[in-house]
Ligand binder design. Structure first.
Ligand code: NAI
Ligand code: NAD
Ligand code: ISE
Length: 336
């Protein structure tokens, strides 16, 4: 079966996901596109999906009989309305992170999916599909002994002027928030934020870098450096310290060169390249589940847990150095 896919939001990632469905993966076809910027949807139709129909609104796209499943790739604050519309239409929905920009919004999605009685939503937490993180999880489960600490870093070369301090959490750290819950099979109990001296490349409304410390229910302490003006590249680091040993996330494959009296490895600069394999696998998983009328992978509950944790981290930014407690309601049976 070929799943007919509608994409809402044809910016950087919507375009890239449309490309992989049309040109890389099996079992899907882009039949519909929508973007508040019509020119962006027109460009994706011309360059990637010539047979797609363009809709003026996401809601009309979701209602189309020529759409079996939906990708929500628009800006974060628009995700909730489209995911709720897809659930109401009974159509599988892949939603880029964040599931919603507030914990209350994510909870409304959880409630709607529970009322629908089956999984329809996959959240775009692609790191769970990355070969490096999968190998790291296996090493932690088989070799390092019980985890005690995690040291991590999330570095982007630069960000635009619209990227402000809380976005370091909602937009960037949210990947670590999700992947460490999965990696450690644990939940968070408290968050704390420390700001070093602001780097010279940071603009007025952004305190960059920052260090977020999360504590888990099992007592693991995770420190993550977020540095979105690091200048030198896109760099994701993670080291798990266990009772018996240490496991480190592998570096992306890179040619090693001996040149001009230096031993060199190239460093990537774009998130699209760093996680290209993971995006492919997550969307193939989505297509396979959508063909059965359901969803798999990261759930609405995972999206909700990430939103609750994000809200606590943003509060922790506002009271630097102080611990902010994190609590969650009980997990519904649908997500057991
Ligand atoms: P973008 O700004 O390049 O693209 C967003 C697009 O959505 C724009 O074309 C915009 O016109 C459109 N849009 C906004 N509101 C809309 C609406 N109501 N209806 C239809 N279209 C609308 O942004 P980008 O970088 O593609 O990010 C989009 C989403 O993807 C965000 O939620 C972001 O967090 C997520 N993302 C995820 C990544 C990952 O690694 N999983 C990487 C980059 C982005
Ligand atoms: P972008 O700004 O390049 O693209 C967003 C697009 O959405 C734009 O074309 C915009 O016109 C459109 N849009 C906005 N509101 C819309 C609406 N209501 N209806 C239809 N279209 C609308 O942004 P992006 O970098 O592609 O990010 C988009 C989403 O993807 C964000 O949620 C972001 O967090 C997420 N993202 C995830 C990853 C990842 O690694 N998983 C990476 C980048 C972005
Ligand atoms: C972006 O939206 C992503 O999701 C990238 O994976 C992340 O590294 C970046 O910081 C975000 O802005």
């Amino acid at each position: 079966m070929t799943v007919k896919i509608g994409v809402i939001g044809t910016g950087a990632i919507g375009r890239d996901h449309a490309r992989r469905i049309e040109k890389v993966l099996a079992g899907g076809k882009i039949t519909a596109l929508s973007d508040v910027n019509m020119a962006s949807a027109e460009a994706v139709k011309a360059e990637i999906a010539p047979d797609a129909e363009i809709f003026a609104t996401g809601e009309e796209l979701i209602a189309s009989a020529n759409v079996d499943a939906v990708l929500v790739c628009s800006w974060g604050q628009t995700h909730e309305q489209y995911v709720l519309a897809a659930i109401a239409a009974g159509k599988p929905c892949f939603c880029e992170k964040p599931l919603a920009t507030t914990a209350d919004g994510a909870k409304r999605i959880v409630d709607a999916e529970v009322a629908a009685g089956k999984r329809l939503v996959q959240v775009g937490f692609m790191r769970r599909y990355d070969a490096g993180y999968v190998a790291l999880k296996s090493a932690v489960e088989s070799h390092t002994g019980a985890p005690i600490m995690v040291h991590a870093a999330h570095r982007n070369p630069r960000v635009g002027n619209n990227y402000v301090t809380p976005m370091a959490i909602h937009d960037t750290l949210i990947h670590e928030i999700d992947v460490f819950r999965w990696l450690l099979d644990d939940d968070y109990t408290e968050a704390r934020v420390t700001f070093p001296r602001k780097c010279a490349r940071s603009h007025e409304k952004l305190r960059d870098p920052q260090i977020v410390t999360l504590k888990t229910a099992k007592g693991v302490v995770i420190d993550t450096e977020i540095f979105v003006n690091c200048h030198y590249g896109y760099d994701i680091q993670c080291e798990v310290v266990g009772e018996d040993g240490i496991a480190k996330l592998p570096e992306p494959m890179a040619i090693q060169m001996r040149l001009g009296a230096k031993l060199q490895n190239e460093i990537l600069v774009d998130w699209k390249d760093r996680f290209v394999g993971a995006y492919d696998v997550e969307l193939q998983d989505f297509l396979q589940a959508a063909a059965r009328g359901t969803a798999s992978g990261p759930t609405s509950w995972d999206g909700y847990m990430a939103a609750v944790t994000s809200d606590a981290c943003v509060k922790a930014q506002e009271c630097e150095g102080e611990a902010v407690a994190i609590t969650y309601p009980a997990r519904p049976a649908l997500y057991a």
